[in-house]
Write a protein that binds this ligand. Structure first.
Ligand SMILES: [Zn+2]
Length: 262
């Protein structure tokens, strides 16, 4: 249990008070934590949550192009299908069932890579996986990274303020993080690299795989239906990326992130 108590970086307001009760921060405290943890100039160990929101920022123009330039009934149907069905299903089978719970195996690393990249990449695996183990261990107790008692913002901004791994793990604890991530096929940082970057994911590898994933899918959608289809699908992935953050809160009692129970 000690490992799961310490593996996530505690927010400045803490998980619990001295009496062991849940700390409910004010919106101001949450926003302060959010911007301080996105600040890569303050510490490069903040790179992963920054990277995650940078992707959302980059998807925003596609969403507006879809909305104001390419919107039609057909494109709306595509956007609906991609954001409400395809992205969510991928989150379930990849991030949740496979990466977190190891619920099935792949025949070989090709099929694993194929499944990982079945959609436009939005959520970094590490942010989802490690915190989801903590969530299962502490569901709705202090320390649950998306404790619904904390309110909407507590959950909506959780991927920055509560879900990243701690920056001061011992080598033994970092090795346990590596064990939880190994089967995902993502080549992680060495302990020495972790001490520099504060994450399992490596920034260079993550950036290269981001560029390749998005380029591949833009080309595929563009060749099928021009910029209209490509912008519609990329925009709907951005819409999902924001929407999924609200499920952390909405999902209370209905099933957690990605509206999945388990
Ligand atoms: Zn689960």
């Amino acid at each position: 249990m000690a490992f799961l108590d310490n593996v996530l970086q505690p927010p400045a307001y803490g998980w619990l008070d001295e009496a062991g009760n849940f700390v409910k921060p004010s919106p101001k405290q949450i926003f302060h934590e959010f911007f301080s943890r996105l600040n890569v100039f303050k510490s490069k160990k903040n790179w992963l949550p920054f990277f995650s929101w940078l992707k959302i920022l980059c998807l925003t123009p596609f969403f507006f192009l879809f909305l104001f330039k390419f919107l039609s009934i057909g494109m709306f149907a595509v956007a609906f299908l991609y954001s409400m069905v395809i992205m969510g299903t991928h989150g379930t089978i990849w991030h949740h069932r496979y990466c977190t719970h190891g619920a099935y195996r792949f025949k070989n690393s090709f099929w694993r890579f194929f499944t990982q990249n079945l959609t436009i990449s939005v959520i970094p695996e590490e942010i989802y996986v490690i915190s989801h183990h903590v969530h299962h261990a502490k569901s709705d107790q202090p320390g649950d990274p998306y404790n619904a008692e904390g309110g909407f913002l507590y959950c909506f901004l959780a991927d920055v303020v509560h879900q990243p791994i701690a920056k001061d793990l011992s080598e033994a604890d970092y090795n346990r993080v590596r064990l939880l991530m190994k089967h995902t096929g993502i080549t992680g940082n060495t302990y020495k690299q972790y001490l520099t970057w504060g994450s399992y994911a490596n920034p260079l590898r993550s950036t290269v795989s981001w560029i390749l994933n998005w380029s591949f899918w833009y080309l595929v959608f563009f060749s099928l239906g021009g910029h209209a289809l490509a912008c519609t699908i990329f925009g709907s992935a951005g819409f999902w990326g924001v929407g999924v953050r609200t499920f952390n809160y909405e999902g209370h009692g209905k099933g957690k992130m990605y509206s999945v129970k388990g």
